[in-house]
Design a binder for this molecule. Sequence first.
Ligand SMILES: [Zn+2]
Length: 368
Amino acid sequence: MIGYAFAPQTLRHDPPPTMLRTAGAAVALGEDNIAGPARCAAAHELVEASGLLDRLARLDVAPAPDGALLAVHDAAYLAALEAASAGGPWAFDFAPVTFATADAARLSAGCGVAAVDAVLDGRVRRAFAQTHPPGHHAERALAAGSSYLNTVACAAAHARARGAERVLIVDWDVHIGNGAEQIFADDPSVLALSIHQDGWYPDHAGDVASRGADSTTVNVPLPPAVGDDGYLLVLEAVVAPIARRFAPDAIVVAAGQDIGIFDPMGRMLVSAAGFRALGARIAALADEVCEGRLVVCVEGGYSLLYAPLCALRVLEGIAGEDAGVADPFEGDAELRAAATPPDGRLDAAIERVRTTHSRWFREERSHR
Ligand SMILES: [Zn+2]
């Protein structure tokens, strides 16, 4: 059975649209913020309307407990977020706060915690958290990139507190998982592995060697236009060998949909079918290295047109299910682009990671 964590109250986090300011006026870019709740709402609706929800174990969700939050965030930062949601000051760019933000972020992190509990209790084999807002850019005392509380970090810390000796975080959002990198920089029990577009938000982040070869930070910066097969190659050539050698007790995935082919914030060309394949591959890897203990959390995804379907496909992949929802772009040129085979630039990027972080790849043959 696959667990499914979603809390409708998280959709109350509905930040205002971005404004372009001129000398005399301000122009709103649409009615909603690009990180508004519409994609999460549609993604959940798809799971429900398709009938897939009936075949999943719906998990009870509560706000993330203080222990999980304080393991990854400073108390003063948590207090500042609460105060800002009550109308107080807030100083962080690209992370606007409304009256609902603190509660929604805490509940979103709670989805990750509920997923961990269900998996570690053995109530479900794997679990999927339909989270909003995202969390992977949030550091110990920093909100950034539409992230306030770091859901995957809370999930990993909660798993540790419950007895998991080692936790592997795999972040395939198009942006670096800078939050987990910073939060667990000095903690060898959590390996923060981020696959992201090279030279993307935030600036000066995500270099392959950012914390050195002896650390448990592994950054995998990739060229644009990697496509479906390219991501699967990265899972085979980088993620799988590291998972085998690190031997985690659980894997937590930050499954951003912004590597999707229609996403306005990334340039990675992954199709919905590609997301299903990624979900299936990471589930098989969890089966191989940690008795299936897998928690997958939604992260960034900014195409209202496509991100909800991509989230559904990831869930289908980890559940081994087909919800029967057709890709509206089936047969179109874009999807053929997603199927373009990996090229030499990707091979070079993978080789750079394997050389820099060679300790994880000893006794491994060439990846091709
Ligand atoms: Zn992102």
